[in-house]
Write a protein that binds this ligand. Structure first.
Ligand SMILES: Cc1cc2nc3c(=O)[nH]c(=O)nc-3n(C[C@H](O)[C@H](O)[C@H](O)COP(=O)(O)O)c2cc1C
Ligand SMILES: [Mn+2]
Length: 483
């Protein structure tokens, strides 16, 4: 069942014994991070800190702190279920016969059931503050060298000025004062593209930010959807129920009705300000740089809101589980473009952009190279710094196996390819910000058609007859568990 907002999710976590309430005074500067970090590393519960210093709103954090909790948040017992649902939807054959057409109707009705719905009355507008103060929020200063306090789990709503299409992205916001923040959409992200269009038109850009909603809605803001795909429709698909939206008070943007807080405001084209540093996903500080500025003009909220937050930093953190959800959910989409891909593993230590293991059914000479170039052409996968392609017999989820196979199967000079292109803005090693090089490793077995003239050895394996004879012997000795 989908959740009616963040507090409904918290109640459900509480019933599962996955919510710990701490009533002691805790400082949103650094202390919340140290507490949340210990709990996330221990696979511990979500946290509700009811007495953050300097604010009357409780902080909730670690909402996606384990893989199991992320599954629960998205209403599944296994993240592959969502991928499978998506696959079924995408592979729906166009109905040919009348019977097929009739059969397709429920499926189509189901899709229309996920379209967001607009409502008139919303809990996120129970209280209207037209003289809002961001200092009322218990926003975190996460790490010692951070440039200030940051809103770390915001859902940023914008519209393309020409098409009117909505985008929702999670882009952190550094609080400068009571009514301005940074707007840290990287140039590659859709919010930044909307901004560029507003700038070209010379028009002020309306922006609305939702804090807290059904966790499926929160997750959707992080999902690497195609540019014109509405995150709120996607959230409706995930929760199997439409997201209810309400019109903002000061703009035509629509925001989740169940949110805890809505920050309404605008970004002025051309206005830039230094943002950061910020202890980031990579485990390093991202350096300060110029980003657009968000101006808050109105805050609406629930009468008893909670403030959602997250911290990022050296893995694992909560964002690792959000990203694992993305890996599983989007595998079928990747496979629509590249059916030869069997599986993919973006290990958390690789911070998702640094390292991808791709398992393929190799069909022709050069196939691994084709796959890596295709991956570099797919949405946010373009930022993958190292892609390692292996054959279908390699289980990419088993890092021990991958390292064993890759080390054995490559001749570095021949099998490593370098390309240049866009890299993640958070990459601090690239020669220029956002532009650098990437590396592909073809760790598949080499074929004669690839110029490989030597015989390729088999992997060592015991024969089944010998195994069966020793199984029988072990059973007699009471050693049957030793395989
Ligand atoms: C906790 C968290 C914080 C994030 N912060 C940022 C950020 O500050 N800037 C950014 O461009 N992307 C950030 N991201 C990644 C984007 O949310 C992600 O790339 C998303 O797909 C962007 O949506 P879009 O394609 O609609 O632009 C963050 C993700 C998470 C999980
Ligand atoms: Mn988007």
């Amino acid at each position: 069942m989908p959740f009616n907002g963040l507090q409904d999710y918290l109640s459900a976590l509480d019933r599962r014994g996955e919510l710990l309430t701490i009533t002691d005074p805790i400082d949103p500067e650094l202390e919340v991070t140290e507490i949340a970090d210990r709990f996330v590393r221990a696979g511990g519960p979500a946290l509700r800190l009811t007495n953050p210093k300097g604010s009357r709103y409780p902080v909730v954090i670690n909402l996606f702190g384990t893989l199991e909790r992320t599954c629960f948040a998205l209403g599944v017992s296994d993240l592959n279920e969502i991928g499978a649902r998506l696959e079924e939807l995408l592979h729906a054959e166009p109905p040919s016969s009348l019977i097929d057409r009739i059969r397709a109707v429920p499926k189509l009705l189901e899709i229309s059931n996920w379209m967001p719905r607009t409502v008139g009355k919303a809990s996120c507008q129970e209280v209207i503050e037209d003289q809002p103060r961001l200092s009322d929020l218990p926003a975190l200063k996460c790490w010692p060298q951070d440039g200030g306090r940051f809103i770390t789990l915001p859902l940023v709503f914008t519209r393309h000025p020409d098409t009117g299409r909505r985008n929702v992205g999670m882009y952190r916001m550094q609080i400068y004062d009571d009514c301005t923040t940074g707007m840290h959409w990287h140039p590659h992200k859709v919010g930044a593209e909307h901004y560029r269009r507003y700038r070209a038109l010379g028009r002020r850009m309306p922006v609305a930010v939702a804090l807290g909603s059904d966790p499926a809605v929160i997750y959707s803001a992080t999902a690497p959807l195609p540019e014109d795909f509405d995150e709120m429709l996607f959230a409706g698909f995930l929760r199997r129920r439409p997201v209810e939206l309400v019109k903002c008070r000061t703009s035509d943007l629509e925001v989740p009705a169940d949110a805890e807080f809505i920050l309404e405001g605008y970004v002025e084209p051309g206005e830039l300000r230094m943002e950061g540093p910020f202890g980031d996903h990579t485990g390093y500080y991202s350096l300060s740089d110029e980003f657009p500025v968000f101006h808050l003009t109105m805050l609406t909220r629930r009468s008893q809101p909670v403030y959602p937050a997250t911290i990022v930093g050296p893995p694992p953190k909560e964002d690792c589980f959000l990203a694992k959800a993305t890996e599983r959910i989007f595998l079928p989409l990747l496979r629509m473009q590249l059916p030869e891909v069997i599986d993919i593993n973006l290990p958390v230590e690789g911070i998702f952009h640094n390292l991808a293991f791709v398992r393929i059914a190799k069909r022709y000479p050069g196939h691994a190279l084709k796959v890596m170039h295709a991956v570099w052409g797919l949405g946010q996968m373009a930022f993958t710094k190292i892609i390692i392609v292996v054959d279908e017999e390699v289980n990419v989820q088993n890092l021990s196996e991958v390292i064993w196979r890759v080390g054995n199967n490559i001749d570095p000079e021949r099998d490593i390819c370098f390309v240049r292109g866009p890299v993640d803005i958070l990459d601090h090693a690239s020669q220029l910000p956002g532009f650098g090089s990437k590396m592909g490793v073809d760790a598949t077995r080499k074929w004669p058609g690839e110029g490989f003239g030597r015989p390729w050895p088999d992997v060592i394996e015991m024969g089944p007859e010998t195994k069966a004879r020793v199984d029988a012997l072990f059973a007699n000795l009471g050693l049957e568990k030793m395989k």
